[in-house]
Design a protein around this ligand. Structure first.
Ligand code: HMG
Length: 373
C-alpha cells in the first residue's frame, strides 16, 4: 500500500529580523551571518502567538477539507507550553475536531516530527481509511547575546498522512540513536544549554553513519542554519548539485531554525523552487534531533504533486512580512520569554492582530484563542 504525505502546508510569523540588523546590534561582521552561517533573516514570533496559534495557522486549510477522516493528531514540539496537557488539546478545539480524535505530543528535539511522520505512516498502513495530522510547531529561542542568537526562528508545518497520497510516498528510514549532551533544555531552564561545536560534530557523525548508497536529485536536510546544509551535503557520498543545494536552503535562509519543522521547510523550498519537474522522482531526507537521533529516509513524489503545492502562496508567505527594528526584536522576544515563563499575556495591542489566530487570554496557566479572520 502507498502511504505518505497527502497535503502539506506551513506557517511562519509575519515578523522578521534582518540578520544585518542583528550583526549591527551585536557589533559583529555582517558576513559572519550572511556567509558564515548562511542566514538573511530570522522569523520572530509576535506577542499574540504561541506554538498553538502557529500550528492552527499551518493546519487550518488542510483540516477544513478532511475533518471526517482525521482520527489522530501527532503534535511534535520542543517548545511546549505545558508539561502535562498536550498543545494538541488546544489545537483540537480551535480546529473544531470531533471528540473521537486522539491527540499526542511528541518530543525528541528537532527529530520528533520525523518520528511522528513515520509512526503516522505505520498507523495508516494498518488503518487504511484513517488520516493522521502531523504538526510541528516551535520557537527556536536561545536568549540574547550568545552564539545561538543568530540561529533562531519560529514556524509550523502541517502534513496530512494518508494512503494513496497526493504529494509523496514516505519510505521507511534508517536511524541511529546515541546519548549526547549537545543541546538540551531541562524543565527549569528558559533557554537551551548548547555546545554548538559538539552539536555540529554529532549531526555530521550521524549523517556519515546513515549516508545512503543511492543518488538523489535533491536531498533535504534538517537546517538549524542554512550553511549547515553545505556541511551536510559535503559529507554525502553522492552530494546534490550546488544549484539544488541553493534551492533546498532558500526558505531556511529567510526564516531561520524552526526546529521540528526545519527538514520539512527544506522540502517546501524544493517543491516550490525546483526548476525541473519532480514527478515520480525520489528525494533524500535527513533528520537530526539533538540528544540525539538521526534518520535518513526518502520520499517518492507523486506524478501530480505540483497540483497540490501553491507555489505563489508559499512564496508570498516569505514576501509579505514586516521587518522589525532591533529594538522591536528585543521587545518581542522579552514578551515571548515573559509569556512562556510566567504565563502572562502582556502588552496586548490591537495592532498586533495580523494573524488568523491569536491568543485571547492566559489565566491560571490556561489559554484561550480567538480566530479573527
Ligand atoms: P559561533 O561561535 O557563533 O560561530 O557558532 P563560528 O565562530 O563557529 O562561525 C560560524 C561560521 O562562520 C564559521 O564557518 C566561520 O568561519 C564563519 P565554518 O567554519 O563553520 O565553515 N565566519 C565568517 N564567515 C565570513 N565572514 C566572517 C566570518 N566570521 C565567522 N566575518 C553556531 C555558530 C552555529 C555553533 C552557533 O550559532 C550555535 O551554537 N547555534 C545553536 C546550535 C546549532 O545550531 N547547532 C547545529 C547542529 S545541532 C542541530 O541541528 C539541532 C538543533 O536544531 C536543536 C534540536 O535538535 O532541537 C540546534
Amino acid at each position: 500500500m502507498n502511504v505518505g504525505i497527502d497535503l502539506i502546508n506551513f506557517y511562519i510569523p509575519k515578523y522578521y529580523l534582518n540578520m544585518n540588523e542583528l550583526a549591527k546590534l551585536r557589533g559583529i561582521d555582517e558576513n559572519k551571518y550572511s556567509k558564515g552561517i548562511g542566514q538573511n533573516k530570522m522569523s520572530i514570533i509576535s506577542p499574540l502567538e504561541d506554538i498553538v496559534t502557529m500550528a492552527a495557522e499551518a493546519s487550518y486549510d488542510i483540516v477544513k477539507e478532511n475533518k471526517k477522516y482525521i482520527d489522530t493528531i501527532l503534535f511534535a514540539t520542543e517548545s511546549s507550553i505545558d508539561f502535562s496537557k498536550a498543545a494538541g488539546n488546544y489545537l483540537h478545539k480551535i480546529l473544531g475536531l470531533s471528540p473521537s480524535v486522539r491527540i499526542l505530543e511528541f518530543k525528541q528535539a528537532c527529530y520528533a516530527a520525523t518520528g511522528a511522520l513515520q509512526l503516522a505512516a505505520d498507523y495508516v498502513r494498518s488503518n487504511p481509511n484513517k488520516k493522521v495530522l502531523v504538526v510541528s510547531s516551535d520557537v527556536a529561542w536561545y536568549g540574547f547575546e550568545n552564539a545561538g542568537e543568530s540561529t533562531q526562528g519560529a514556524g509550523a508545518i502541517a502534513m496530512l498522512v494518508s494512503k494513496d497520497p497526493k504529494i509523496a510516498i514516505v519510505n521507511k528510514g534508517e536511524f541511529v540513536t546515541d546519548e549526547i549532551s549537545d543541546f538540551y533544555r531541562p524543565s527549569y531552564q528558559e533557554v537551551p544549554t548548547v555546545d554548538g561545536k559538539l552539536s555540529i560534530k554529532s549531526y555530521i557523525k550521524m549523517l556519515k553513519l546513515l549516508d545512503p548508497q543511492e543518488k538523489y536529485i535533491f536531498t533535504c536536510f534538517h537546517m538549524p542554519f542554512a550553511k549547515m546544509a553545505d556541511k551536510a551535503n559535503a559529507t554525502l557520498k553522492y552530494p546534490i548539485s550546488d544549484e539544488h543545494l541553493r534551492i533546498a536552503k532558500y526558505f531556511t535562509s529567510e526564516v531561520g531554525n524552526i526546529y521540528n519543522g526545519s527538514l520539512f521547510l527544506s522540502l517546501i523550498s524544493v517543491l516550490t523552487l525546483s526548476k525541473i519537474d519532480l514527478s515520480n522522482q525520489s528525494i533524500g531526507m535527513f533528520s537530526y534531533g539533538s540528544g540525539a537521533i538521526g534518520e535518513f529516509f526518502s520520499l517518492k513524489l507523486s506524478n501530480q504533486y505540483e497540483k497540490y503545492i501553491d507555489k505563489e502562496q508559499f512564496l508570498r508567505k516569505l514576501k509579505d512580512r514586516i521587518e522589525l527594528t532591533s529594538e522591536e526584536y528585543i521587545n518581542f522576544m522579552k514578551n515571548y520569554q515573559i509569556k512562556e515563563t510566567t504565563h502572562k499575556l502582556i502588552n496586548y495591542n490591537k495592532s498586533l492582530e495580523v494573524n488568523r489566530f491569536i491568543i485571547d487570554s492566559i489565566k491560571s496557566g490556561q489559554r484561550t484563542y480567538k480566530k479573527i479572520a
